[in-house]
Design a protein around this ligand. Structure first.
Ligand code: HEM
Ligand code: SF4
Ligand code: SF4
Length: 536
């Protein structure tokens, strides 16, 4: 699968870099594709309700009412009709881009399989709703769509009577057909909302609304498009006449002409194979899965911070099971955990100031426990030479920081920058392991693990526990979010940052912190430390 995924990722990276030059992070459409698809769905819903008020059902009335909307009431209902059409197209576009981007980022396997597979159900529902919408206008495009769809359904062979017969002559079609179509066109989007809710069950705090600027830009774009190129109908349907030239909506109906080439059964087979292959993707090799987070009960006081910060709703609080005097303990649901480590960054017991034997956090990744993070930090700092030494903490999904070759710059790579407890920054600066600390990772607004950058920023700004202690000089901490291909941005930011650091740093180092003589288990289990504190 990597043969397909890598070039796709490369393509997205190029596109993202190009758009990064045009848009600020909060306006970058590629970083908000799921939310944009959602936004289109809201526009479709509101405009659909508006247009419905003016819509009549019936073989003749349907077309007439839509023409009235488009021509006589163009300035409100007509615009709404066009918005309905363009937002439906936008939904397909953003949905398919969202699918491709998640695939290119390898965010579809392991515990993400559920979100991926429910996404495939969403595709079918979006298509069925869109196609039934085209029937409602009852123009020649509707006639084409209705006949082609009926032929496809007949090829399934599940109905005794072929339903395509309903479209043989004008007399074979009655008004009940429109009532049925209208019912489907309204009922299926309702089911779509329910499935989307299921789709988001495994992500906490899903971004279902794009940032405000992007929303305004998209809406304005769709309104302008609706005004300069309003949606119009084909001539009215007439089952007794040959169809004229059909202008297909390629987003929804683009696959219909394929039936002419491979036949109805061939097309059905192709759609089935595509659906099954997409659904099977998460279960295909290589089945990479890093060990999931584990809770060390002796160091967990049930403070809830890991529950709040986990981006995948993988941690819950449950009643205490070990007799220690706390009401709750954290519990990880292994099938939900993506091994991002953000929970360690959230845990107040995750501090490098602990004595070596007690270097354990309440929640840790087994392959990168607190003691390993401290060892990596110490090792990266040991090798630093020269003035203005900098330690860079980065993530697996940003610039490859291990390739930074300056002897005054060390690197510690984590699965997500949100895994870094702020106490590590304090540790590096107060122990004079480096003169400055740089935090880097994915592009802002595009954190691979969804919330890692947001939580890191909030912790350093003092807006979210555990926060960086006030005594840590902020001018010696730099955050830079250049994304995977931002080598040059990072290099420039590093160079600029180092210029600002004191040339003879040791003299300005913070008072050295003494390691506690011994941290008793109870000490680690004391109620959550005051904001900003570790147990140093
Ligand atoms: C109208 C259609 C869709 C909408 C509105 C939608 C919406 C969303 C939203 C809002 C998120 C959460 C984003 C975040 O906060 O980080 C999300 C995540 C996700 N979606 Fe969709 N989605 C749609 C279709 C699909 C499809 C077709 C697929 C793939 C088959 C898909 C796969 C995923 C995956 C894998 C994630 C999880 C990403 C992660 O683990 O970080 N979605 N979707
Ligand atoms: S590593 Fe921690 S934060 Fe990340 S998904 Fe697992 S439990 Fe949640
Ligand atoms: S002490 Fe750590 S592991 Fe326990 S609930 Fe708090 S953050 Fe989670």
């Amino acid at each position: 699968m990597d043969i397909v995924r890598r070039p796709l990722r490369h393509g997205f990276q190029l596109l993202e870099s190009a758009l990064d030059r045009v848009f600020p992070p909060a306006w970058q459409p590629l970083y908000h594709l799921g939310a944009l698809a959602f936004f289109c769905l809201w526009v479709v819903t509101v405009s659909g309700i508006y247009v419905y008020v003016f819509f009549d059902t019936g073989t003749v009335e349907a077309y007439r009412s839509v023409e009235r909307i488009t021509i006589d009431h163009w300035y409100h209902a007509g615009v709404m009709r066009s918005l309905h059409r363009y937002a439906s197209g936008g939904m397909v576009l953003f949905m398919l881009l969202h699918l491709l981007r998640e695939f290119s980022l390898d965010r579809y396997r392991g515990s993400r399989w559920f979100t991926w597979v429910t996404g495939i159900v969403v595709i079918w529902l979006v298509y069925i709703s869109g196609i039934t919408g085209y029937w409602l206008v009852w123009d020649e495009l509707a006639q084409f769509t209705a006949i082609r769809t009926a032929e496809l359904v007949d090829a399934l062979g599940i109905f005794g009577e072929p339903i395509a017969r309903n479209f043989l002559t004008p007399a074979s079609l009655d008004d009940r057909f429109f009532t049925l179509m209208l019912f489907l066109h309204i009922a299926i989007p309702l089911i779509l909302f329910i499935i989307l809710w299921v789709h988001l069950q495994r992500v906490s705090r899903p971004e279902i609304n794009p940032p405000r600027g992007l929303t305004v830009m998209m809406l304005a774009g769709m309104v302008v498009l609706s005004l300069i190129k309003p949606a119009v109908s084909h001539p009215p349907a007439d089952l007794g006449r040959m169809l004229g030239e059909i202008r297909l909506d390629w987003y929804y109906l683009g696959f219909y002409p394929l039936a002419d080439v491979i036949g109805e059964r061939g097309l059905l087979g192709l759609l089935a194979v595509l659906t099954i292959s997409l659904a099977a993707l998460p279960f295909m090799p290589p089945l990479r899965r890093a060990p999931v987070a584990t809770v060390n009960l002796d160091f967990c006081n049930g403070c809830d911070r890991c529950v709040q910060d986990c981006p995948y709703a993988a941690v819950t609080l449950v009643p205490r099971t070990d007799g220690l005097p706390f009401e709750h303990e954290a519990r990880v649901e292994p099938s939900l955990c993506v091994s991002c480590g953000i929970c360690t960054g959230a845990c107040p017991t995750a501090t490098p100031f602990r004595q070596r034997g007690r270097m354990i956090a309440g929640i840790e990744l087994p392959h990168l426990a607190l003691k390993d993070m401290r060892a990596l930090t110490d090792r990266a700092a040991e090798g630093l030479e020269g003035d203005r030494r900098v330690l860079v903490f980065g993530c697996d999904h940003g610039v490859a920081i291990d390739r930074l070759s300056d002897p005054a710059i060390g690197a510690v790579r984590l699965p997500c920058v949100g895994m870094l407890p702020p106490a590590f920054i304090d540790y590096v600066l107060s122990r004079d392991l480096a003169d400055g600390v740089v935090l880097t990772g994915c592009a802002e607004e595009a954190c691979y693990n969804r919330l890692g950058i947001a939580w890191t920023e909030a912790r350093i700004e003092g807006q979210r526990d555990p926060y960086l202690r006030k005594r840590v000089p902020r001018e010696r901490v730099l955050r830079v979010w250049p994304g995977k291909s931002g080598d040059q941005v990072l290099a420039a930011a590093l160079a600029g940052f180092r210029e600002t650091l004191p040339a003879q740093p040791t003299a300005r180092a913070l008072p050295r912190q003494a390691a506690p003589a011994a941290v008793a288990p109870e000490a680690a289990l004391e109620p959550v430390p005051a904001p900003g504190g570790g147990d140093d």
